[in-house]
Design a binder for this molecule. Structure first.
Ligand code: HEM
Length: 240
């Protein structure tokens, strides 16, 4: 197995996290679907002219959040940066599932690794700066007075994930293939480190990164972040 007990528990927690996430989200969606429909129309003026405009508005409000831009310009800038960088970084994580051979065949393996290092590193730094802003903002009025512990817990969990991910990106002593073998071992229900990871201190950073991800994923369905799903319904209601 080649794994220390801590890393093994973290790997097992991945399965728990997936189960809790799927069950939690299903439960949330069932509760929403069952809640009685409001008789009153909550749409915001002006009413969209037709179905196409309405669809466009729901997509715009969900992805560009113009409401935030109106209220807090800096928050909007950092939120856009954070979500865009998150999207790119998560896309990059698919290399852990399968190598992007469609890219390496065109630009070569070395260039793909450089692209990953520069792109991943840049996204990681952008996310860290944005999270710094999210945190800093909560210490200033008026947000200071309306912040609850959950707001801080979520930022700290995310900062943990991103900080540890960046640490691997900038100081990691193993190769993408080694991380991939680890990830695939979890997907095959046989968690293990290969020789390179078992010998390297990087395994601790990796396990802590995955531990923070697990905690975040377990908490997600019960946190305010379920807005990821809820936002589409809310924006649909606003456009009625
Ligand atoms: C079980 C799930 C995950 C695993 C196994 C994992 C693994 C890794 C690994 C191995 C790296 C280093 C990449 C390299 O240096 O070649 C990394 C980097 C990173 N991870 Fe994750 N990760 C997971 C989930 C996440 C999630 C959910 C987020 C964001 C919320 C995240 C954010 C980052 C960031 C920002 C970096 C640094 C920038 C980059 O290389 O893209 N990770 N992760």
């Amino acid at each position: 197995m080649n794994m220390d007990p801590f890393s093994f528990i973290v790997a097992i927690l991945v399965y728990v996290a997936v189960i809790v996430f799927v069950a939690g989200m299903t439960f949330k969606i069932i509760v929403w679907a069952k809640s009685p429909r409001m008789k009153i129309n909550l749409g915001i003026y002006p009413k969209p002219r037709n179905g196409f405009v309405r669809f466009f508005r729901i997509i715009r409000d969900s992805f560009i959040f113009p409401q935030t831009l109106e209220v807090d310009r800096w928050m909007w800038v950092f939120a856009m940066l954070f979500h865009a960088a998150l999207f790119v970084a998560l896309f990059g994580h698919f290399r852990l599932v399968r190598e992007f051979t469609f890219v390496s065949n065109v630009i070569g393996q070395d260039n793909l690794n450089t692209l990953g290092a520069v792109g991943g590193g840049t996204m990681g730094i952008i996310m860290l700066i944005a999270l710094g802003y999210y945190l800093f903002r909560r210490f200033a009025s008026p947000y200071k007075d309306i912040s609850v512990p959950e707001d801080f817990i979520l930022i700290i969990l995310l900062a943990g994930i991103v900080g540890l991910g960046d640490h691997m990106r900038f100081f990691g002593a193993v190769h993408t293939e080694d991380y991939r073998e680890y990830f695939q071992s979890i997907m095959r229900f046989k968690p293990a480190f290969n020789e390179a990871l078992a010998q390297s201190q990087t395994r601790w950073v990796l396990s802590w990164h995955v531990l923070f991800v697990n905690l975040f994923v377990i908490y997600f369905p019960f946190s305010k972040l379920v807005h990821l799903i809820g936002t589409f319904f809310a924006n649909k209601v606003r456009s009625e």
